[in-house]
Design a protein around this ligand. Structure first.
Ligand SMILES: NC(=O)c1ccc[n+]([C@@H]2O[C@H](COP(=O)([O-])OP(=O)(O)OC[C@H]3O[C@@H](n4cnc5c(N)ncnc54)[C@H](OP(=O)(O)O)[C@@H]3O)[C@@H](O)[C@H]2O)c1
Length: 199
């Protein structure tokens, strides 16, 4: 299969590329990728990526910024970081990508444990992750030509503990390689409208 991985140079993205490259041709994309640059916050940038790459069998999104911080101090601008980047960036990949996705192809989006974690400072992530999962469940009913869509919801990654560890006290982290298997399950499997939780 020909698979686009958006966010390919990231902590999750690198592990997904390593896992999927064993079986598939991978097109790595991100803002700083020299061959396939894309900024998911700019719809015209996503359009340019799909025009350049052409038809694909799978689109994987392991990308998207969110705001971490207390509700009491949160501004609308901070909240919109998650909406504009993690939510609308991934939604836009599907809205535009459905025209470039081959019959039976798949979208795999990324949410996260935040919504179920019962910890502070992750309101933006909780809202965005639920929205992404709702988008996928709804879209699964409407995608045509056998196209599929799933979401991978990882807990905090072992590799990311230096950054996110203080927010996730008491949580067991998972290695990126294990999280990557859930993306493989989505790309290589038959499921649609599924949330693959790796907690
Ligand atoms: N790490 C964790 O513990 C964890 C746990 C649960 C969920 N998640 C979610 O998983 C996703 C990826 O997380 P990560 O930790 O792997 O991130 P990361 O290590 O920061 O990597 C982000 C990747 O996305 C690219 N990127 C960033 N902004 C972009 C943009 N606007 N347009 C296109 N590409 C962009 C980056 O490359 P460029 O700089 O070249 O653009 C990089 O390839 C996020 O949605 C995050 O919320 C992460």
């Amino acid at each position: 299969m020909k698979v686009i991985v958006v966010g390919a140079s990231g902590t999750i993205g690198q592990a997904v590329v390593k896992e999927l490259a064993q079986r598939h041709d991978i097109i790595q994309a991100s803002r700083h990728n020299v061959t396939h640059p894309v900024d998911i916050t700019r719809p015209e940038s996503i359009a340019a990526l799909f025009e350049k790459v052409g038809p694909v069998d799978a689109v994987v999104a392991a990308v998207g910024d969110i705001h971490f911080g207390p509700l009491a101090e949160m501004t609308g601008e901070q909240f919109r970081l998650g909406l504009n980047s993690k939510l609308m960036g991934q939604v836009e990949l599907v809205l535009q990508g459905q025209r470039f996705l081959n019959d039976g192809g798949s979208f795999t989006l990324t949410s996260g444990i935040a919504v179920d974690a019962s910890i502070r400072n992750i309101v933006n992530a909780s809202a965005v992750n639920r929205a992404l999962e709702g988008f996928a469940v709804g879209s699964a009913l409407e995608l045509s030509r056998g196209q599929r869509i799933n979401v991978v919801s990882p807990t905090v990654l072992t590799e990311s503990m230096p950054t996110y560890g203080p927010y996730f006290v008491g949580f067991e982290s998972v290695p990126a390689a294990r999280v990557a298997l859930a993306y493989a399950r989505s790309v290589d499997g038959a499921g649609t409208g599924k949330i693959y939780r790796v907690w």
